[in-house]
Ligand binder design. Structure first.
Ligand SMILES: NC(=O)c1ccc[n+]([C@@H]2O[C@H](COP(=O)([O-])OP(=O)(O)OC[C@H]3O[C@@H](n4cnc5c(N)ncnc54)[C@H](OP(=O)(O)O)[C@@H]3O)[C@@H](O)[C@H]2O)c1
Length: 164
């Protein structure tokens, strides 16, 4: 199974200056719970935004064109096909965690979407693909996230499944 896991604001912003534009620990916890069920696949830029990398408890698969790229503790691949083959080889679900280039790249392969919708408008420079075809998916779950001292933004965790 191939899934996307990401958070976006109301304008589909997902990143700014190579980082997340928001601090939302509840969403980080949600992300961890979901992705611990399989392996994670990410672009080289997203990998480098992770302060303590690799993320533990799941295989980290990093996509780069750089044949010499070194990511200690992670697996490095150079094509979408190579990433998909690793998922098959290990028999694990693959969670594609970004960034924008990967959310475009796997759009014909993805079966489940874990989308956190944040009800804000942030400044950003990286967006979830605007032409993503949600008509091919149905929303099967929607749960409001907590808002408190540590989680200042109203947000909703959605799960979408590809239609038959
Ligand atoms: N809100 C969220 O849920 C979320 C999730 C993830 C990321 N983000 C944010 O998104 C931003 C990063 O996203 P991004 O789109 O700029 O970068 P990205 O997708 O993380 O990484 C792009 C890199 O992936 C590699 N790559 C892409 N296509 C490839 C291909 N066909 N073959 C081999 N390698 C390929 C290239 O690495 P090389 O340059 O090394 O060749 C490319 O520079 C950051 O701001 C991050 O914080 C947000």
């Amino acid at each position: 199974m191939i899934a996307y896991v990401w958070a976006e604001d109301e304008d589909k912003v997902i990143g700014k200056d190579g980082e997340l534009p928001w601090h939302l620990p509840a969403d980080m916890a949600f992300f961890k719970k979901v992705t611990l069920q399989g392996d994670i696949v990410m672009g080289r830029r997203t990998y480098e935004t992770i302060p303590k990398r690799p993320l533990l408890g799941r295989r980290n698969i990093v996509l780069t064109t750089n044949q010499d790229y070194e990511a200690p503790g992670a697996m490095v691949v150079h094509s979408k096909e190579e990433a998909l083959a690793l998922g098959k080889e290990y028999g694990e679900d693959l969670y594609i965690i970004g960034g924008a280039t990967l959310f475009k790249m796997f759009e014909d392969d993805v079966e489940i979407l874990y989308r956190t919708l944040i009800n804000e408008h942030f400044k950003g420079d990286t967006y979830f693909p605007r032409d993503f075809d949600y008509d091919k998916f149905e929303r099967i779950q929607s749960e409001v996230g907590p808002v408190d001292d540590k989680n200042k933004y109203a947000h909703t965790y959605e799960v979408w499944q590809r239609k038959e």
